[in-house]
Design a protein around this ligand. Structure first.
Ligand code: B3K
Ligand code: ZN
Length: 869
């Protein structure tokens, strides 16, 4: 197998570039002919060989300046042209390739999705269409002509503006598109199909009119409005907050059912997983609505941070992804609740990204070594990458940050840039030294901050002693000190904020932690304070401070900052879980601290002060969130203890749950912050009540009266998690109603896969034969298989190894058909080091079995190799 690693340090400027490219597609799912004419320019006059990337198609011919050319070598990865006899530094290459989109199950390059045909070229999919300098620092102007059967493919789309079209014999037609903005090949897109079209328009801040077109499968028009509204909202927000205006006359979004990830920001023609476009009250939950809005925003924001300014090489991926995630998070926070969004993102980071950093796949946000680029669209590059941008924002403040953005855009527009270009612009625009801060780009792992304090009662001085340490990671043994912004607040026992003062001068609430250990001194502190540390999660680190229960309760009840209150609850839950896990492991009776219960009850009874926050505080962390508290994970213990905590909270506040459930009334379904919060709390009540004697009748009724998917799903979730007698009939009813709709059925598959009972794996295996299930659709696989392996901690990690064997069988099956999806699914298996010896042995055995598979994909190979190293 060819599994050559690439290193960041080996970057070289291209010897040749392609400035203009004319693509002609004779489209047919069984046989598509692609004729490509490229204007090639030699930049390095010494260079006499040109290597083009390309594979997975039939190569039909190559011409140089219109004459047949045979001076090349072909291998599995591309073509090496010998140009020693070519004098000119500019010439035309004409290449013809033949593709079979209908048989392309990898969902990269050109492939068939349902009845249509579409592309996915990031990161290296364009090379599955034709031979190309398939690297992001080669920017070309694209003209694309598509010819296809008119009745089957009435819409033929590509990037840029439609410049010509016409009809042909035999029921065919053609359309030609021109994209005026030079772009790398990964942003190329083509779509052909028959769709329903939702049209709208947007007037930009400078008064230009942009046509907005949203293409969905026939019959889905009633699910397209929310996405369109989200698009307009995003366009407006980007003008207002970042001063960035859209540049083409048309913006198109196409929803497809077969897609490996969420969506793709192709210039002027975004292609989306239908999961992130389609939404109406009957089919989508509140969470789905928010997901659609933020992915639409994310892809739109890429037009500047990603497309106008792209990446020089793939090691710089976080340049566009971290920044664009930061931008979409800010969009959601500005247009919705900042605290709710922050909590949501921090949960993701602490669970998924921290776990990745502790895994064999650990890498800095700017990786140093890559075998398969698709393996690096990770939590680290995206989410930690966004945290790094957020820290910059915290250190610089909005004004200087925006000045930095302006400079970055001015200097790099139309170019392929690096992370260093970005940091350097921020540094120069702000005048703030970012030398040490830059280490966040090259150091992997989760830093740990240990904080202790001391109080000098006589002099009214309070000290915080902070030390930092980043444990070694799989990819990097030696670690250095980072520049960590530590946001704090001090509270008195009544929950009043104490101003931060040093030598009579007020001190900023963000402390600059830069050394191995440091102390910070605060004056005029008249009573020993309760410190709130790492407010708003000001840095992606783990915090260790020995809070007492009383201190946490103070923060939970009084802190002004909503994030601090939520975080205090998290710490209280973590403490309960840990203590009970020890009891469980020593076969002692479990108990729940009455002090904590009382504090939680206080919060719940005052829910009207802040409905959304109350819901978040009272939501018990998931098993997988709890798992991250431990170096070695005990799946059974965590599951049993969490279940105990759930039931305790359910019965302890039973009357209150019931009262609130009945108090909250929502007359009709609206997607507003207020209503989402109220529905969320009411459904949380139901979730707890499901574990009481009212469970069966209430859940049944809730399901029956639900007029929207959020409530329907809440009932199903409550029924299955509490294993109520109504569970089977409700699931059957839902299945009967929605079996024609894969997207909706995904919710049902996920519920089935996360049921907490011994039969769950047998059921999951059985469901792979379900008529709504389809092994070639990544959404279905993620819903059924992904939910089981990632969200059913106890049964995936069953000590008999059945979960691991099941996953291995699936991976063997997906290795050749869709290696990208396979490589995502293998993650829980490569993290064996986090489990006991018996499980480790079983997991390693599974990996070894995979390792023997013939034609192991680069995607899986890279991860297995790292794991077994
Ligand atoms: N840039 C794409 C992700 C491409 C993933 C390739 N395996 C979507 C996004 O981040 O917006
Ligand atoms: Zn992105």
């Amino acid at each position: 197998m060819l599994a050559q690693a690439k290193y960041r340090k080996d970057y070289k400027h291209p010897d040749f570039i392609i400035t203009d490219i004319f693509l002609d597609f004779q489209l047919d799912p069984q046989r598509t002919i692609v004729n490509t004419k490229s204007k090639v320019k030699r930049l390095n006059s010494e260079s006499v060989t040109l290597r083009l990337d390309g594979h997975s198609f039939q190569f039909s011919s190559i011409k140089l300046n219109q004459a047949p050319f045979s001076n090349y070598q072909q291998d599995a990865e591309g073509l090496l042209l010998d140009l020693s006899h070519v004098e000119a530094d500019e010439f035309e290459l004409e290449i013809e390739t033949i593709l079979v989109p209908a048989e392309n199950s990898s969902l990269q390059g050109l492939y068939q999705s349902g009845e249509g045909v579409c592309t996915q070229c990031e990161a290296e999919g364009f090379r599955q269409i034709t031979y190309m300098l398939d690297r992001p620092d080669v920017l070309a102007r694209y003209t694309t002509r598509i010819t296809a059967d008119k009745s089957r493919y009435p819409y033929l789309l590509s990037n840029g503006n439609k410049v010509a079209s016409g009809d042909l014999d035999e029921g065919k037609h053609w359309v030609e598109w021109q994209d005026p903005f030079p772009k790398p090949s990964y942003l190329f897109a083509l779509v052909a199909g028959d769709f329903d079209l939702l049209q709208d328009r947007f007037i930009t801040c400078s008064g230009r009119e942009v046509a907005l077109e949203l293409f969905v499968d026939k019959g889905n028009l009633d699910r397209a409005n929310w996405a369109m509204e989200s698009l307009k909202k995003s366009m407006k927000w980007d003008e207002e907050r970042f001063g960035l205006e859209y540049d083409l006359d048309i913006y198109m979004i196409v929803a497809v059912d077969f897609f490996n990830m969420g969506a793709m920001e192709n210039k002027g023609l975004n292609i989306f997983n239908s999961k992130f476009v389609l939404a109406n009250p009957q089919t989508a939950t509140d969470e789905d609505y928010m997901g659609v809005e933020s992915v639409i925003a994310h892809e739109y924001f890429h037009n500047w941070t990603g497309n106008r300014i792209t990446c020089r090489d793939w090691f710089q991926l976080s340049l566009k992804e971290g920044l664009t995630v930061f931008r979409d998070q800010e969009f959601s926070s500005d247009t919705g609740s900042r605290a709710v969004n922050r909590i949501h993102n921090v949960k993701i980071l602490r669970t998924l990204q921290f776990a990745e950093d502790a895994s064999p796949m650990s890498h800095p946000i700017r990786p140093e070594k890559v075998i398969e680029m698709n393996n690096f669209y990770t939590m680290t590059v995206y989410e930690k990458g966004a945290e790094v941008i957020r820290m910059l924002h915290t250190l610089l403040g909005e004004e200087k940050f925006q000045a930095g953005m302006k400079l970055y855009v001015a200097e790099n527009d139309g170019k392929a840039a690096t992370c260093e270009d970005f940091v350097s612009a921020m540094e120069r625009a702000s005048g703030i030294d970012l030398t040490q801060f830059r280490r966040w780009y090259s150091q992997s792992g989760t830093p740990e901050l240990t904080v202790s304090d001391s109080y000098d009662e006589r002099h009214h001085i309070y000290h915080l002693h902070v030390s930092q340490m980043t444990p070694p990671t799989a990819d990097q043994m030696e670690k250095v000190n980072l520049h960590i912004p530590l946001k704090i607040a001090l509270y008195d026992e009544q929950g009043r904020k104490i101003s931060l003062v040093h030598d009579g001068r007020s001190v900023h609430d963000v402390l600059d932690v830069t050394q191995k250990s440091q102390s910070f001194e605060f004056h005029n502190v008249y009573k020993k304070p309760v410190p709130a540390l790492l407010c708003d999660f000001s840095a992606p680190v783990k915090l260790d401070y020995e809070y007492s229960i009383a201190q946490l309760v103070t923060l939970l009840q009084f802190a002004e900052n909503e994030f601090v209150r939520w975080d205090a609850a998290q710490m209280l839950f973590a403490r309960e879980l840990k203590e009970n896990l020890i009891r469980y492991q020593h076969q002692q009776a479990l108990e729940f601290s009455s002090e904590i219960l009382t504090a939680l009850q206080q919060v719940l009874s005052h829910y009207q002060h802040n409905v959304a926050l109350t819901t978040l505080i009272l939501t018990l962390p998931k098993e997988t969130e709890f798992a991250e508290l431990f170096k070695t994970i005990d799946p059974d213990g965590i599951s049993v203890v969490r279940d105990f905590m759930l039931r305790t909270i359910a019965s302890a506040f039973k009357e209150l749950w019931l009262k609130i459930y009945n108090q909250i009334e929502l007359d009709c379904y609206r997607v507003t912050q207020e209503d989402i919060a109220l529905r969320g709390l009411r459904n949380l009540c139901l979730n707890y009540l499901a574990f009481t004697e009212f469970g069966n009748s209430m859940v049944n009724k809730h399901y029956l009266y639900a007029d929207n998917m959020t409530d329907t799903l809440a009932a199903l979730n409550a029924a299955t998690k509490a294993d109520l007698t109504c569970a089977e009939s409700l699931l059957a009813d839902f299945e009967q109603k929605w079996q024609h709709d894969g997207l909706v059925m995904d919710k049902w598959f996920a519920l089935q896969a996360t049921r907490p009972d011994e039969q769950v794996l047998a059921r999951v295996i059985h469901l792979t034969e379900h008529p709504s299930f389809n092994f070639t659709n990544p959404n279905r696989i993620r819903a059924l298989v992904g939910s089981f392996i990632n969200h059913n901690l106890r049964y995936f990690h069953h000590i008999d190894g059945s979960g691991y064997r099941f996953l291995t069988d699936i991976l063997i099956r997906l290795n050749e058909s869709n290696p990208q999806v396979a490589a995502r699914l293998i993650e829980p298996l490569i993290r064996f080091a986090r489990y006991d010896e018996q499980r480790q042995t079983l997991m390693k055995r599974a990996l070894e079995r995979l390792n023997e598979v013939e034609n192991l994909s680069k995607d899986l190979f890279e991860k297995i190799e790292k794991a077994l190293q």
